[in-house]
Ligand binder design. Structure first.
Ligand code: TXA
Ligand code: MG
Length: 338
């Protein structure tokens, strides 16, 4: 199938006729990739089981890994869940629309292929203007995982989506590079307090502060019995071995040099600060702040696709704020951590 691309207008939104094209494809059970503020999503009508099956097929995604239902408003969220705890309402005032996904008991409005048969559903109101425009023009929730082939880094630009899904889907909406760069924070909202299942740019501290409580850590053994099923799969992995180095800058330099001395073709990923300090060149400029690093991370990992490097060596980052999400993704992507 031919993959058509839509560009946004100068206003940053889709034209009325392009919006109509995208919504009618979704309505007729087809897939549409669209930008969100975190990563690109691969959307389908969440109430249409046949449409949802196409998502799993296009991505090569295991069917026991449930999807996030995207909606355009809090009212639409309430239509697909059983009850909304008071703390979710409170959090939504501060973080929705935005990169926060709530796990709630569902009311069976969405297909059980969205939830993989669980009695809970993940729901998010994204803040990207094009995502909101699209969702508000649909009278159904849109299930959307990240629009990558399963196991590859999430797409943060339309070209990443094209790389993975050309000829597998009919439409991509190109909204330019996404901002945040790592997927949304997922919180389990079934208990008395929320529990963070997947870290993102809405941090545990931000949630605790908003609710004026302390949060319980996710105690689930993620590998044996993951509360968030997707976390048990190998993720975000580039096609070349990735070595994550959790050592001092000087030791990191030694690791890089010794791989080079051994005759290996070594790809290096460093922040500006580390590159300057070690007088080494990064093969992809990750930037300076943790926000820039998160925004560039998946493009950096993908930049080594179809190259002949033997290994990619990446530095580690402080596990605070957004750094927790960055290190979580790197830990999952790494073939080795030293
Ligand atoms: O930023 C994002 O969240 C992006 C954009 C497109 O919105 N979406 C995204 O979707 O990252 P995906 O499918 O790649 O990740 C969804 C995560 C998976 O780890 C999945 O296991 C978890 O949410 N999840 C979905 N439904 C769940 C449920 N009912 N209970 C627990 N975890 C759930
Ligand atoms: Mg994903």
């Amino acid at each position: 199938m031919e993959t058509k691309q839509l560009k946004i207008t100068k206003s940053g939104l889709l034209s009325a006729s392009d919006l109509k094209l995208a919504t009618s494809l979704l309505q007729s059970g087809e897939l549409v990739a669209f930008p969100t503020e975190t990563v690109y999503g691969l959307g389908a009508d969440a109430t249409n089981t046949e449409a949802i099956k196409k998502i799993y097929l296009a991505k090569g995604r295991p069917s026991d890994n449930p999807l996030i239902a995207h909606v355009g408003s809090f009212e639409q969220l309430e239509e697909i869940v059983e009850t909304v705890p008071a703390y979710v309402k409170e959090l939504s005032h501060q973080f929705s629309p935005g990169p926060l996904t709530y796990i709630l008991k569902h009311n069976e409005v969405c297909s059980n292929k969205v939830t993989s048969g669980l009695d809970t559903i993940a729901v998010r109101i994204p803040s990207h203007p094009v995502a909101l425009q699209l969702l508000r023009a649909c009278d159904f929730p849109v299930a959307a995982p990240s629009a990558n082939l399963s196991g590859k880094p999430s797409p943060t630009s339309a070209s990443h989506v094209l790389n993975d899904l050309t000829e597998r889907i009919p439409l991509i909406i190109d909204g330019g590079p996404t901002g945040v760069g790592v997927e949304s924070t997922v919180i389990d909202c079934i208990g008395e307090k929320p529990v963070v299942l997947r870290h993102g740019s809405v941090t545990e501290e931000m949630i605790a502060q908003a609710l004026k409580i302390t949060l319980n850590k996710n105690k689930q053994n993620e590998v044996q019995s993951p509360k968030s099923p997707g976390l048990k799969y190998k993720h975000y992995a580039p096609s070349i071995p990735l070595l994550l180095v959790k050592k001092s800058p000087d030791e990191l330099k030694q690791v890089i040099l010794s791989h080079r001395d051994a005759g290996k073709k070594v790809g290096v990923l460093l922040s500006d600060v580390t590159a300057n300090r070690l007088k080494l060149k990064s093969d992809f400029d990750l930037g300076t702040s943790i926000e820039e690093i998160a925004g560039n991370l998946y493009t950096a990992l993908r930049s080594f696709e179809h190259t002949n490097y033997d290994i990619i060596i990446i530095e580690s980052f402080k596990e605070e704020g957004l750094g927790v999400a960055v290190m979580d993704r790197l830990t999952r992507a790494a073939t080795e951590i030293i």
